[in-house]
Design a protein around this ligand. Structure first.
Ligand SMILES: Cc1cc2nc3c(=O)[nH]c(=O)nc-3n(C[C@H](O)[C@H](O)[C@H](O)COP(=O)(O)O)c2cc1C
Length: 168
């Protein structure tokens, strides 16, 4: 798909099914992320592709975060939180690992760079014909959830990005 067609037709996919991106396509999608503009060449983005075990740990952390957040959730709500993490064939968490107190590159510019990396991934996957959904939600700001994917409390999760075949 031509770049301008990809940009002008980009939209979220509410429902995603198998198959997810092939290994070759996944490499191209992740490579696209690393072409994001990057002030100071800090490479602040972290592209965390979750395999089944890592996804399970991430889902556990999301559920724990919801459990800790008022109002007290029902078991049904907790199950829904877990289920949301498993709604797609392929899940990549895009983090921003901050270099703090950098005289030249304020933190917001590092976050913007990670956001640009996420958008590059979205457009690349869309251009290859996949459906994509970019999510965050309260769990993305929880230190336990961040820790579950190797990020520190002061880092950011800028995208919980789902990939698959669009069915809606
Ligand atoms: C940083 C960021 C976080 C988002 N988090 C969520 C989210 O948690 N849940 C959600 O339904 N949409 C979320 N969205 C919005 C959707 O990804 C989507 O872009 C929006 O619903 C507009 O639909 P479109 O992508 O088809 O234009 C987020 C978007 C961004 C940029």
């Amino acid at each position: 798909m031509d770049l301008f067609e990809a940009i002008s037709t980009r939209a979220s996919a509410a429902r995603l099914a198998e198959p997810g991106p092939t290994p070759e396509h996944l490499t191209r999608i992740l490579d696209a992320a690393t072409r994001a503009p990057d002030h100071g060449r800090l490479k602040p983005w972290r592209l965390i592709l979750l395999d089944e075990a890592a996804r399970g740990r991430f889902a556990d952390a999301v559920v724990a975060a919801r459990r800790a957040r008022p109002p007290e959730p029902s078991e049904e709500q907790l199950n829904l939180e877990r289920e949301k993490i498993w709604r797609s064939p392929t899940l990549v968490v895009v983090g921003c690992a901050l270099v703090r107190d950098n005289a030249k590159v304020p933190e917001i510019e590092q976050v913007l760079s990670a956001g640009a990396a996420a958008q590059n991934m979205f457009l690349a996957a869309h251009g290859l014909g996949y459906g994509v959904m970019w999510k965050t939600g309260p769990a993305a700001y929880d230190r336990g959830v961040k820790a579950s994917v190797g990020l520190q409390a002061h880092d950011h999760i800028v995208a919980i990005m789902h990939f698959g075949t669009r069915i809606k």
